[in-house]
Design a binder for this molecule. Structure first.
Ligand SMILES: [Zn+2]
Length: 89
C-alpha cells in the first residue's frame, strides 16, 4: 500500500480581506452603523473597484448585508460613492 506522506494538498487560502470568524461586523459592533451618509464605513465593504463585496467575504449576516447593499446603492445614487472606481494608476 502506498502511503501519502506529507503530500496532502495545501489549500492556499485567500486572505486578501479580513478573514476572522465569520461574524457580522454590524451584529458584533453596535457602534457600526449602516448609513449611506457614512461612506467611510461602507467603503469597508466594497472592493477597490467599488463593487459590493459578497457576503462570504464580509461575513455579514443576511440582514445586514442587505442593509449594506441598500445603503451603498443609496450612497451611489446621491453620488457619495462611485459606481465604479476607475482602475488607474
Ligand atoms: Zn448582522
Amino acid at each position: 500500500m502506498e502511503k501519502t506522506n506529507g503530500d496532502r494538498p495545501v489549500r492556499h487560502s485567500q486572505r486578501k480581506f479580513f478573514h476572522r470568524k465569520k461574524f457580522c461586523r454590524f451584529c458584533t459592533d453596535s457602534n457600526l452603523k449602516i448609513d449611506y451618509k457614512y461612506p467611510a464605513i461602507l467603503n469597508n465593504f466594497v472592493t477597490e473597484r467599488g463593487k459590493i463585496m459578497p457576503r462570504r467575504i464580509t461575513g455579514n449576516c443576511a440582514k445586514h448585508q442587505r442593509e449594506l447593499a441598500v445603503a451603498i446603492k443609496r450612497a451611489r445614487a446621491i453620488a457619495i460613492m462611485p459606481f465604479v472606481v476607475a482602475e488607474g494608476k
